[in-house]
Design a protein around this ligand. Structure first.
Ligand code: HDE
Length: 749
């Protein structure tokens, strides 16, 4: 097993192994916590907790290397007011006697309560639920021939902040719902901030920004009873997309496994629109942006996604932070599809301004231009993740927009919404939004102004401030709008005829899927339409499916118990794009979770060897046992009460735990199985679910009995071995394929 990590990551992992595997590690269960003093006098914050194995939690001061210099709060020992006066008491309001009314003069009470009353800001109208991380982008230099953007230069490193999100749910909604995901990146380049505000799907529901309120109103909860939360499985959504058929391609992506990513780390990202790049000589090219995850594209199964919504609604947040804090830094390559900038703005007959269309990678390969590594979690969620503000108009010299009507509308919307959300026009001064390039604008005053601008002449021309600031020219790397010719045309509310094709690429996507992926799509449509109350809406969407593919339509119609409609349009002749399928390739398993079940007789030395091997393969081992604390000196990270299969990417069985006193009633041992011994039913459930979700399972020694009793022994992706390392080796190889695909039924060829 080879680890593909850089030296620093390996170092982190090795240190972590030492920490977590040592029963005497500070804070480990069973060891005496060294600094757990009662909070009566000021003392140093607690060291990071080790109990749960994965995350290295920050100190409460946020004083971790890399925290921005602006970070403050809870640094000192003594409590003060917002103005710095030390306080003697914050637990009692100032009253007229111990039983009397509160006095208006209690300025500390009023400051504390008033600030609290205003702690919440409006959530984003879309993409409210999200998380983020800091990192570094390094250019390869390969894009230098088409753009003068300096951050893409060879070896150039640029700080970044990335925010991932779902679209429809509120800020407190679950991470694993079926939805599109946002993937917005802020590059703090030397030439001004560049925001690549992308999604994990390359197409959008609508072709014109003016339809955005329509599609979002349809997708959000019903206005009368405000349900369902973060779901597209309801009448208003399907009502809209079945009538507004340009949504059908994006809807197909949502119904595919792309709608339920395993992790933010395993998502592709797409700029969706075509952008224009310009080189130093003023030559232009059209491009589409792609993020390619180093770990490959990997999704949850629908049942996992549903279980996680209840068991761990923060699953994607936790996954991102755990991976970064364990040193398994998520990585993506930035790639470009490049097209000649012709007056038609088409490629291979595809209109590059139509955001409901892709250009298959087989026709225009994605060319890598740089690498993104996320290596630092936020110090303060609100300050960074909530307050970050992206905008498509944040463009460095060398990148410009096109006339895609969706892109054009977005250029207006982002700042407009941020003015309300962030309370005024000065939000670029918030630390996470501050450019790293020097700023010398003539914008002044307004709510929440933090700058103390010197000078008297924020206007041009002037002589009082020495004529400053001066406009820059090419030599000073000024941003220049590409002088694209605007054709003489009447002013109209209309779309080009090339935007009329709404079904061919939905069909292309469907035909590009493997049988198991098709099966998942059929089930997703059947589930979602099955949740609609109105039969007319189901029938109308079936009609759309008939125009995409007869097999898809027939399977969904069968599931719904409805007749199969005839297509109303000829089926498009399209060549599949194998690059769209997630099945059939191998990927590194970095940062994935391996559950190891032990019982009261498990051998600590043997289990320790397996734990270290899991770590050195770049993954995180979590010991699961009947109770917390330690088992034969081994620190336990999960118990049968806290563990559920959905948290793990694979499970190893190093024991066959007998029913614990607090277990639910045990199922009778399966008659006729070789090891029909009483077993904790929660372990059987764990194994059964892992099997159902097509995860690799390995066992050795006593653990093999669990396989027999769960009825999965000898089936694909279930490994028995003579030793733990051998079982792990086989399981690790299976994990590279992401799932044991053979286990899924695939009735749709
Ligand atoms: Fe957005 N979008 N969007 N969008 N979008 C917002 O801006 C909008 C679209 C995307 O993590 C809002 O600050 C319009 C496509 C992401 O902070 C808002 C249209 C793509 C995020 C807005 C689109 C996106 C947003 C809400 C149709 C993929 C989260 C809060 C013309 C390429 C950014 C905010 C974050 C957020 C408007 C369509 C991606 C309302 C009008 C297409 C990743 O301004």
């Amino acid at each position: 097993m080879e680890s593909s990590k850089p030296a620093q990551v390996v170092k982190n992992v090795v240190e972590k192994v030492a920490d977590v595997l040592s029963p005497a590690a500070p804070g480990a269960p069973g060891s005496a916590p060294p600094s757990l003093k009662e909070p009566t006098t000021p003392h140093d914050p607690l060291p990071p907790k080790k109990e749960q194995g994965a995350p290295e939690t920050r100190t409460p001061t946020g004083a971790k290397t890399g925290a921005p210099a602006t970070s403050k709060g809870q640094q000192g020992a003594y409590l003060t007011t917002a103005n710095g006066a030390r306080l003697r008491d914050t637990d009692h309001s100032l009253k007229a006697g111990p039983r009397g009314p509160i006095l208006l003069q209690d300025h500390h009470f009023r400051e504390k309560i008033t600030h609290f009353d205003h702690e919440r800001i409006p959530e984003r109208v879309v993409h409210a639920r999200g998380t983020g991380a800091h990192g570094v982008f390094e250019g390869y230099g390969t894009a230098e021939k088409i753009t003068r953007a300096g951050f893409l230069g060879k070896g150039k490193q640029t700080d970044v902040f990335v925010r991932f999100s779902t679209v429809l749910g509120s800020r407190g909604s679950a991470d694993t719902v079926r939805d599109t995901r946002g993937f917005a990146t802020k590059f703090y380049t030397d030439e001004g901030t560049f925001d690549l505000v992308a999604n994990n799907m390359p197409v959008f529901f609508i072709q014109d920004a003016i339809k955005f309120p329509d599609v979002i109103h349809a997708g959000k909860p019903h206005p009368d009873r405000e349900i369902p939360q973060a779901q597209s499985a309801h009448d208003t959504f399907w009502d809209f997309v079945s009538l507004h058929t340009e949504a059908q391609h994006h809807t197909m992506w949502n119904m595919s496994d792309r709608g339920i990513p395993r992790s933010y780390r395993t998502m592709e990202g797409f700029g969706v629109h075509t952008f224009r790049m310009v080189d130093a000589a003023g030559e232009t090219a059209l491009v589409k942006f792609h993020w390619k995850p180093k770990l490959g594209v990997h999704s949850l199964t629908w049942e996992e996604a549903q279980l996680l919504s209840g068991i761990d609604p923060d699953f994607h947040r936790r996954d991102l932070y755990d991976a970064i804090e364990a040193g398994a830094y998520p990585e993506w390559e930035l790639g470009l599809q490049v097209f000649p900038d012709t007056p038609e703005e088409t490629f291979a007959g595809i209109d590059l301004l139509d955001p409901t269309k892709i250009v298959p990678e087989e026709l225009a390969p994605v060319q890598p231009v740089g690498r993104l590594v996320l290596n630092r979690t936020p110090t303060n969620f609100f300050a960074e993740v909530e307050q970050v503000a992206f905008h498509l108009g944040h463009l460095p010299p060398g990148i410009d927009v096109t006339n895609d009507p969706l892109l054009q509308g977005r250029l207006f919307s982002y700042v407009d919404t941020q003015l309300t959300r962030l309370g005024g026009p000065n939000f670029t001064q918030i630390p996470v939004n501050r450019p790293h390039a020097p700023v010398n604008d003539m914008l002044r005053d307004g709510f929440h102004q933090h700058a103390v601008h010197a000078g008297v002449a924020p206007y041009r021309p002037n002589s009082l401030d020495g004529g400053n600031p001066f406009p820059a020219g090419d030599a000073e790397h000024a941003f220049v709008d590409v002088p694209v010719v605007v054709t003489e045309a009447p002013k109209v509310r209309a779309s080009p005829a090339s935007f009329d094709d709404h079904f061919s690429q939905a069909r292309l996507f469907w035909l590009s899927m493997s049988p198991v992926e098709k099966e998942h799509i059929v089930r997703a449509y059947t589930f979602e339409l099955g949740k609609c109350y109105h039969q007319a809406i189901r029938e109308r969407q079936l009609q759309c499916l008939a125009n995409i593919d007869p097999v898809l339509c027939a399977q969904v119609a069968t599931g719904l118990g409805l007749p199969v409609p005839e297509p109303t349009l000829p089926l498009a002749e399209v060549a599949p794009s194998p690059a769209l399928s997630q099945v059939g390739r191998e990927w590194p398993a970095d940062g994935r979770m391996v559950g190891i079940v032990i019982d009261a007789d498990s051998d600590p030395d043997g289990v320790g060897v397996v734990q270290r091997a899991v770590f050195s393969a770049g993954m995180v081992p979590l010991l699961i046992a009947a109770h917390g604390g330690t088992v034969r000196g081994m620190p336990v990270q999960r118990t049968f009460a806290t563990a559920r299969s959905v948290e793990f990417d694979a499970v190893l069985l190093a024991g066959a735990p007998a029913p614990a006193p607090d277990a639910l009633p045990a199922r009778d041992a399966k008659a006729g199985t070789p090891d029909a011994v009483p077993m904790d039913p929660r372990v059987l459930l764990l194994v059964e679910e892992c099997w159902r979700h097509a995860k690799a399972i390995g066992a050795w020694g006593a653990g093999t009995a669990v396989l027999h009793q769960a009825g999965v022994a000898g089936t694909p992706g279930v490994v028995t071995a003579d030793s733990g390392p051998e079982a792990l080796d086989a399981v690790h190889r299976l994990m590279a394929l992401h799932r044991v695909w053979d286990r899924f039924p695939a009735s749709v060829a």
